[in-house]
Design a protein around this ligand. Structure first.
Ligand code: ZN
Length: 175
């Protein structure tokens, strides 16, 4: 995670991050344009994943940089994703492009089965584990308005409160 927010990424405090995203009805030019933009921002941020609300659109879309997850070059696009199975649990540290400089320890399912649609309109289903499963759960949370701070213990939240306040104020100062 870098300290400086990447241009175009909405930061904690922005209300768009707390809204529930709506389903994509048609894969039209507007959706394609949005996905293109998401991929550009993801690459620029050198992030693992990015959801549509993080660039200001409350639509059920996220993208994952497969290079960091499988070693294979390419960005995977998930449209209208749904996690249909979760198995196991493990704790690990997680960052978020909307929370520069903040790391949270979060318990997630070890493996998930996810269903989604790709940019060509094909439905797909995959079972993934570990970091890949974590990334899917993290991005899927964004589509529900859930953020990494929601998993913090009260103590950790108190310890981070100044940092979080500063982040949220940064948003207010800009607008
Ligand atoms: Zn995130």
């Amino acid at each position: 995670m870098s300290d400086k927010p990447v241009e175009g990424i909405r930061i904690y405090g922005d209300p768009v991050l707390r809204k529930k995203s709506r389903k994509v009805d048609t894969l039209d030019a507007k959706v394609r344009e949005l996905v293109d933009k998401m991929i550009i921002v993801l690459k620029k941020a050198k992030g693992i994943g990015l959801s549509a609300p993080q660039i200001g659109e409350n639509l059920k879309i996220f993208v994952l940089e497969e290079k960091f997850l499988t070693g294979i070059e390419g960005v995977k696009v998930f449209i209208n994703p749904s996690i249909t199975e979760k198995t196991g649990k493990y704790l690990d540290e997680e960052g978020c492009l909307s929370f520069p400089d903040i790391i949270a320890s979060i318990e997630r399912a070890q493996s998930v089965k996810v269903k989604a649609t790709d940019l060509d309109g094909n439905n797909f289903e995959m079972v993934v584990s570990d970091l890949y499963a974590r990334a899917i759960q993290h991005e899927n949370d964004h589509l529900e308005g859930v953020l990494i701070v929601d998993y913090l213990s009260p103590l950790r939240k108190t310890l981070l409160s100044r940092k979080l306040r500063k982040l949220a104020q940064g948003v207010c100062n800009e607008s």
